[in-house]
Design a protein around this ligand. Structure first.
Ligand SMILES: NC(=O)c1ccc[n+]([C@@H]2O[C@H](COP(=O)([O-])OP(=O)(O)OC[C@H]3O[C@@H](n4cnc5c(N)ncnc54)[C@H](OP(=O)(O)O)[C@@H]3O)[C@@H](O)[C@H]2O)c1
Length: 299
């Protein structure tokens, strides 16, 4: 039987680099795309094709999809930094909203499935942990842009799934990128004093779990919204303390602060986190604990 073709946008990103590997491993024919040159590593024994496309270029992205005729499009490309979105709303609108509409339009014409990667930042943080059917109310432009995209996906005629995730951590396979774990480790190792927020909560997500969750959705042709995150609810301070404990680093360098200590361009929702029962029951999704995630990053 012919392999199902899958186009993955945002291939060079933290999630993308794992998703290319895991979808290829799962037997899909993988077409990776991102703007600029490939930053993907060599995956031993696995094949994929890479194309450089800026998804703001409607003609280019749609022509690419018409040429490949994928059975599934996984749309992970985005400006994923809330402050960057707040400071560059026009660019954020073009990438996070308008480009989704171009991709959906082509997916509809091709009768391709659409799997869209979204965020806990569509919620206001007053009532977490959230379930899939809780009411969104974003508090910053990034959240607004991702919610607007979710709405385009949900109104489309595609056979769609939306994967919502939270505070993704892990080792980027090719290149470096800071996340909660590496930021704490690097600073404490240098003896730097760090201020860590202790009044926000999240359910941090190990990147390999997120990638596997998306593979399960693709394999099972699962439809609708799925919360795909870790299971444990932590404040960033609690996460940092676990990192310090794991590496035997000096916790006295960590200062507990409240989120309003920082003046950031984008407001953050205070308490999010996800209830992941639906993914556990319907997909067989099983995330690692935060401690296991740290272990896997540094094994
Ligand atoms: N990371 C998290 O904690 C988190 C939490 C919740 C939801 N999410 C969602 O998960 C998805 C993946 O996030 P991630 O952590 O993998 O982010 P990431 O590492 O920033 O990856 C996003 C990728 O999208 C690419 N991209 C941006 N604009 C583009 C454009 N105009 N054309 C083509 N490619 C473009 C970026 O390329 P360049 O690097 O070249 O700009 C980057 O490789 C995003 O949709 C994000 O909103 C992430």
């Amino acid at each position: 039987m012919d392999k199902i073709k899958v186009v993955i946008t945002g291939a060079n990103g933290l999630l993308g680099q794992y998703l290319i590997r895991d979808m290829a491993k799962a037997g899909f024919e993988v077409f990776a795309t991102n703007r600029g040159a490939s930053r993907l590593p060599e995956y031993e024994g696995l094949e994929y094709e890479y194309a450089s496309i800026d998804i703001r270029d409607k003609e280019a992205v749609q022509q690419y999809l018409f040429d490949i005729r994928p059975g599934i499009v996984i749309h992970a490309a985005a400006i994923a930094q809330p402050d960057a979105c707040e400071l560059n709303k026009e660019e954020c609108r073009d990438i996070n909203i308008n480009a989704t509409a171009y991709i959906i339009e082509a997916a509809e014409k091709l009768s391709a499935r659409l799997i869209y990667v979204s965020t806990d930042f569509i919620f206001n943080g007053d009532g977490g942990p959230y379930r899939e059917d809780d009411l969104p109310a974003p508090v910053n432009f990034y959240g607004e842009s991702k919610l607007a995209s979710e709405e385009i996906v949900q109104k489309s005629k595609t056979n769609w799934a939306i994967v919502r995730t939270i505070l993704v951590y892990g080792t980027i396979l090719s290149g470096t990128r800071s996340n909660v774990v590496t930021w704490v480790k690097d600073n404490l190792e240098k003896g730097n004093h760090i201020k860590v927020v202790n009044d926000q909560v999240r359910t941090p997500t190990y990147v390999e779990d997120l990638s596997k969750g998306i593979v399960l959705i693709a394999q099972q042709n699962a439809k609708g919204i799925f919360n795909i995150s870790g299971k444990e609810v932590f404040t960033p301070y609690e996460m940092a303390a676990q990192v310090a404990d794991y590496f035997g680093l000096d916790k006295s360098l960590m200062e507990k602060v409240t989120a309003d200590t920082f003046t950031q361009p984008a407001r953050r929702p205070l308490k999010t986190g996800f209830v992941i029962e639906k993914a556990e029951k319907e997909l067989g999704y099983k995330p690692v604990s935060f401690k296991e995630g740290i272990q896997k990053m540094f094994k």
